[in-house]
Ligand binder design. Structure first.
Ligand SMILES: NC(=O)c1ccc[n+]([C@@H]2O[C@H](COP(=O)([O-])OP(=O)(O)OC[C@H]3O[C@@H](n4cnc5c(N)ncnc54)[C@H](O)[C@@H]3O)[C@@H](O)[C@H]2O)c1
Ligand SMILES: [Zn+2]
Length: 352
């Protein structure tokens, strides 16, 4: 077992651990729950993961009962949160219990929000089961749900007691979901870890525990620094102004990770166009994303519509386009005054 452990400093300087390794759910998590002396554990997962891992795990966790939610972003809602509250109440759950979120980013966000609010907050353990959740969504304490008006409009900050990323669960993850997690992993490398990119180029995503640890660490470091220094957290949005616009214009046919892949290539190209970065940066990005079966071009979506969607992106400030760009690998920088013509040029070059 290749195990990794990272220390995370959460809100109010409280430290917790992120454990990464195969088989952690059954070998380490039950002991962690009993050591903390919880009277009950609500293991919350979705209908896909319950038969794969949830039902077995519920038998191993002391005092555990299983709550199963429907699978999908369309269920990341207050309605699901309410159904979780109902189940907690029917089990007589109080603040002496712990909630365990077992799933991808959707489960982590919705269960985290339930844990942040049920009886003004109960302890939470995050068990991410997608690559994206392991390297991105389970870190940083942001939890929440979508409203009809938009994504992630209601939320809270909720640090877990610990994160258990069981890399064995990735064996059943659909390849396209794995690829989407790789998009955020590669993004992390471009933001802050050139060595991670070199490793991926030479050896692929093996050993996965090391890859997860390095990418997760990029987010951990940034989120921690952001508590002191404003704006660093925005670096995590590398490629995301493009990505959000492409997702929207594609009518969400493009998955987030796929759009991030094109978006990071676009951000790299824009950095080259504005002479911030040396030529070759975007080619390197392209090559690496392609290795993991991620798209680096988009179809025939109208360019004006993409530009328009970017101008409505929430990261826009004072009517000018705001981008996270790169001065090189590991050297992100924020630009507020990017001329729309340069953006259009980049978009044109990335059309299929
Ligand atoms: N809180 C944050 O900081 C943050 C950051 C980034 C993304 N997010 C959120 O994360 C969500 C996306 O997360 P995601 O990409 O993990 O998607 P997801 O949670 O929808 O999971 C993708 C699919 O894979 C299935 N699945 C999960 N693990 C599996 C496994 N081990 N084996 C087989 N199937 C498995 C799920 O049931 C689902 O069908 C979005 O709602 C996004 O807003 C939150
Ligand atoms: Zn993202």
């Amino acid at each position: 077992m290749v195990a990794q452990q990272l220390a995370v400093i959460g809100a109010e300087a409280k430290a917790y651990s992120m454990h990464i390794g195969t088989g952690l759910l059954e070998s380490v998590l039950p002991e962690f729950i009993s050591q903390h002396g919880f009277r009950q554990a609500a293991l919350v997962t979705n209908t896909t993961l319950a038969p794969l891992y949830g039902e077995r795990l519920a038998e191993k966790l002391p005092g555990a009962f299983l709550i199963t939610t429907p699978d999908g972003e369309q269920f990341k809602t207050l309605k699901t949160v309410r159904a979780i509250y109902d189940q907690l109440l029917s089990h007589g759950a109080d603040r002496s219990m712990v909630m365990v979120a077992l799933g991808g980013g959707v489960v982590g966000d919705v269960v985290g929000y339930a844990a942040a609010t049920y009886m003004r907050g109960i302890p939470l353990v995050q068990c991410p089961t997608t690559l994206l959740a392991m390297v991105d969504s389970c870190i940083g304490g942001k939890v929440g749900v979508d409203l009809q008006q938009g994504k992630n409009l209601v939320g809270a900050f909720k640090d877990p007691l610990a994160i258990f990323a069981d890399s064995g669960t990735l064996d059943t993850l659909p390849p396209v979901e794995f690829a989407c997690g790789m998009a955020e992993t590669i993004k992390a490398g471009f933001i802050a870890d050139p060595g991670l990119l070199e490793h991926l180029e030479q050896f692929g995503a093996q050993p996965i525990e090391e890859i997860i640890a390095r990418a997760a660490n990029v987010k951990i470091e940034i989120v921690q620094q952001d508590r002191l220094e404003q704006n660093i957290r925005a670096y995590l949005n590398l490629g995301h102004t493009f990505a959000h616009a492409l997702e929207k214009v594609s009518g969400y046919a493009l998955r987030h990770g796929e759009a991030v892949s094109i978006g990071v290539v676009a951000a790299a190209r824009l950095s080259e166009t504005l002479s911030l970065a040396q030529t070759g940066l975007s080619d390197r990005a392209e090559k690496l994303f392609k290795t993991f079966n991620l798209p680096v071009r988009f179809g025939d979506y109208p360019l004006e519509a993409i530009l328009d969607a970017m101008q409505h992106d929430k990261k826009k400030q004072n009517n000018s386009l705001r981008f996270v760009l790169l001065e090189g690998i590991g050297k992100p920088t924020i630009h507020n005054q990017v001329p729309p013509e340069s953006v259009l040029d980049v978009l044109k070059s990335l059309r299929q």
